[in-house]
Write a protein that binds this ligand. Sequence first.
Ligand SMILES: O=C1O[C@H](COP(=O)(O)O)[C@@H](O)[C@H](O)[C@H]1O
Length: 246
Amino acid sequence: MTPQRTIEVYDNADELYRAAAALVAAQLAAALNERGRALVALSGGSLTTRLYPLLANPPWRDQIDWGGLSVLFADERYVPFDDAENTYRATRQTLLDHVPVQADQVFPAPTYYRDPEQAAAIYQQQAAALLAVHGGAFDVVLLGMGPDGHTASLFPRYPALTAPADRLVVVVRDAPKPPPLRLSLTPAALNAARAVIFVVSGADKAAAVAAALAETGDPLDQPTRLIQPAEGKIYWLLDRAANPQG
Ligand SMILES: O=C1O[C@H](COP(=O)(O)O)[C@@H](O)[C@H](O)[C@H]1O
């Protein structure tokens, strides 16, 4: 089934991120209201500096019953928790340390294992267990996109794109964007979602947005096209600079 897709374009980045905060808060509030709990997968990069500080503050912070939330990461850079590149660290600094979420509600990717394959296996178990508790789906998967079209740590033409359907987490080696070693949820895992929200800002991403929204071309060249939650909705929130139509 093709998911329902909504594209919204905002005049500038400030408006984009405010709209994204409103949408994320509304989706999580609705899930919490309906089921008493919600599962979210968070991404890193610009979302940590632009979106998460908004969610950590009124009015959006007050719309979410944080006690019912479980938090996973769509991807993680394979660096220690105290490394400036670590997404869990950045997310704590800009969001999680500022909202009433307890440590046992947050599931950082365990990048402290010497063997990343072991870390991926453990993160896979955690993701599977959380999905089972949450009815088999994330309530919200929050994604960015790089100028090369990568999303989470799914880079064009990388083996992670064709991971078997029962794999939820993969190790990504030699990523073209540093740091080179990463963990990522797979397309199959990200597609187990009631809502996927892409938030994309900046003129350097307009060409990748055009390819992402196109119906033609090889999806392995454009990983975002593999994100098609059969039972969910997709939102593309763009600022005018990132919109291929301007
Ligand atoms: O490396 C990453 O890049 C993507 C996109 O980041 P952005 O800064 O261009 O928005 C991000 O979504 C992902 O989580 C991160 O690991």
